[in-house]
Design a binder for this molecule. Structure first.
Ligand SMILES: Cc1cc2nc3c(=O)[nH]c(=O)nc-3n(C[C@H](O)[C@H](O)[C@H](O)COP(=O)(O)OP(=O)(O)OC[C@H]3O[C@@H](n4cnc5c(N)ncnc54)[C@H](O)[C@@H]3O)c2cc1C
Length: 478
């Protein structure tokens, strides 16, 4: 593919066209929620929404594409509605479809894909099309339009919504070298087929102790009763569990004024202590900070955001992204049975022994003979290291740039994508995980559904503007 480096072109006046075409790239939760909002919020018969999904099946993505019913949502049904203004929507759907009556339930994640598909079907009309195939490039073609290109598709549109989601984890690196491709090396933690064919008596090292690692353990040990798993990370800390909570969120504003990462951490600890003194658990404090998280993130100067990532982020993550109680109970039972060990200290060495690997962990002297090593270190966020063809092309064209912390791409509050020139790329928006650097909390449904609604409104407003008026909109910077 020849990619010509194009600066973002100055918008030019263009003649009115009968349709406003929107390409949503990615048909996971972010893409589907965007499409739902576009179709539900606009009555414009000239709107056209095309969802481009590599797998051809929308609504699943990585999170809800699992086919293991033991993989549960890590958020209760009452917070997972597709519509923030109809919080009971998922609960009602689950009840109506005979899945669950309980608003506190943690539904199987594969059911959530069906829910999203149902909700999309409900608003779908002649304006929606689903395009199977991967998009590899987006090219500004003048007249305020963008051309979306992939192996099987070329489509000229007026707006593009990047909803490409979570990237595969970065390759495991030891002593400066990437782990070799080997039969024992499972680089994609979401490839459940590769886990399932492991021998029934296998010992497996799972690198990472976050929620993806927990899923991996559940699949491995539930389906292979004689398997053993060793989970390893630097800190060796599993996510905390949700519990039945009587108290509502504990909301205490962080005082105004200059904020540092340490001050913020101290404030949270004080609130946890104050809540405890009134018999309220720390979970209510963490949940109470949810709405304030993005404004607090923005209050931190860049250096303080870096410090937060280096010093406090793990502490926050294990409390903020919690396991369903049923999942936590299973994990505890596996530990009690001796089938699961959770170790800190990180992986010290991995030696390739052909059919297996010899793994040493932290200070533990005895190496582990592992039939498989699974990379569960979490989605990679640094677009400058991505080999994804779409991201390579977008970067090369200057249409996306990494945010300063390399947690995603640079965007404005309304989801507008900021290009290499420092100006908004006209007609280009992003929803979901790519916005983590700007917003910090940008990966779970409660945040994504709000972003999808806001981006839909932005696109609809753009469609409503006359083309000439659009051409006069100055590029903005945060
Ligand atoms: C294992 C896991 C479990 C999670 N569980 C929860 C949960 O319980 N609750 C919660 O709120 N959040 C959860 N999350 C957070 C999750 O990030 C969001 O809920 C949401 O699923 C993100 O959706 P997405 O569409 O942005 O990304 P993804 O799920 O990654 O989907 C992106 C989609 O885009 C497609 N795509 C990518 N590039 C292209 C391209 N170039 N062309 C065409 N198609 C493309 C992919 O095929 C994929 O289908 C979980 C995340 C993970 C990884």
């Amino acid at each position: 593919m020849v990619v010509t480096h194009l600066p973002v072109p100055a918008p030019t006046a263009y003649a009115p066209r009968p349709h406003h075409r929107v390409a949503v790239i990615g048909g996971g939760a972010s893409g589907v929620l965007t499409a739902i909002n576009l179709l539900a919020r606009s009555t414009d018969p000239g709107l056209r929404v095309e969802v481009h999904e590599a797998s051809g099946i929308v609504g699943r993505g990585i999170a809800y594409g699992t086919n293991d019913p033991a993989h549960l949502l890590n958020v209760r049904s009452r917070h997972m509605s597709a519509f923030p203004d109809v919080p009971s929507d998922l609960i009602d759907w689950a009840r109506r479809t005979g899945r669950s009556d309980d608003p506190q339930a943690f539904l199987p994640r594969l059911d959530y894909a069906t829910y999203l598909q149902d909700r999309l079907a409900q608003v779908a009309d002649h304006r929606l099309s689903i395009r199977a195939g991967r998009v590899d490039d987006v090219v500004p073609v003048g007249g305020g339009q963008l051309e979306v290109r992939g192996g099987d598709v070329t489509s000229t549109v007026d707006s593009v919504v990047l909803a490409y989601g979570n990237q595969r984890p970065r390759p495991l690196v030891l002593d400066g070298d990437e782990l070799p491709a080997a039969s024992w090396h499972l680089a994609d933690p979401w490839d459940l087929g590769a886990l399932r064919v492991l021998p029934d008596d296998a010992t497996i090292v799972v690198v990472g102790t976050g929620l993806t690692a927990v899923d991996t353990v559940i699949t491995l040990l539930a389906e292979g009763p004689r398997r053993r798993v060793v989970m390893v990370s630097r800190h060796g800390r599993l996510p905390e569990a949700h519990v039945e909570q009587q108290s509502t969120a504990w909301v205490q504003p962080v005082p105004e004024g200059p904020l540092t990462a340490d001050l913020l951490a101290a404030h949270v600890r004080e609130q946890v202590a104050a809540a405890a003194a009134q018999g309220v658990g720390w979970r209510a404090v963490v949940d109470g900070l949810r709405a304030a998280t993005t404004p607090l993130w923005k209050r931190l100067p860049l250096g303080e955001r870096r410090r937060f990532l280096a010093v406090h982020a793990r502490e926050w993550e294990v409390r903020r992204h919690r396991m369903a109680p049923e999942v936590a109970a299973r994990i505890r039972a596996y530990e009690d049975d001796g089938r699961l060990s959770v170790l800190g200290g990180g992986v010290a060495s991995i030696a390739d022994r052909g059919t297996h690997a010899q793994v040493t962990v932290g200070e533990v002297p005895t190496p582990i003979v592992a039939h498989a090593v699974v990379n569960c270190t979490g989605p990679s966020t640094d677009v400058t290291r991505s080999s994804d063809p779409l991201l390579l092309a977008l970067r090369e064209r200057g249409l996306v740039v990494p945010d300063a912390l390399r947690l995603g791409i640079d965007t404005l509050d309304g989801g507008e994508v900021v290009g290499e020139s420092g100006a908004v790329v006209p007609g280009m928006y992003a929803v979901g995980p790519p916005r983590k650097g700007t917003l910090w909390e940008s990966t779970a449904i409660p945040e994504i559904r709000a972003q999808a609604a806001a981006v839909a409104d932005g696109v609809i407003a753009r469609a409503a503007l006359g083309r000439t008026a659009l051409a006069a909109v100055p590029a903005r910077r945060a």
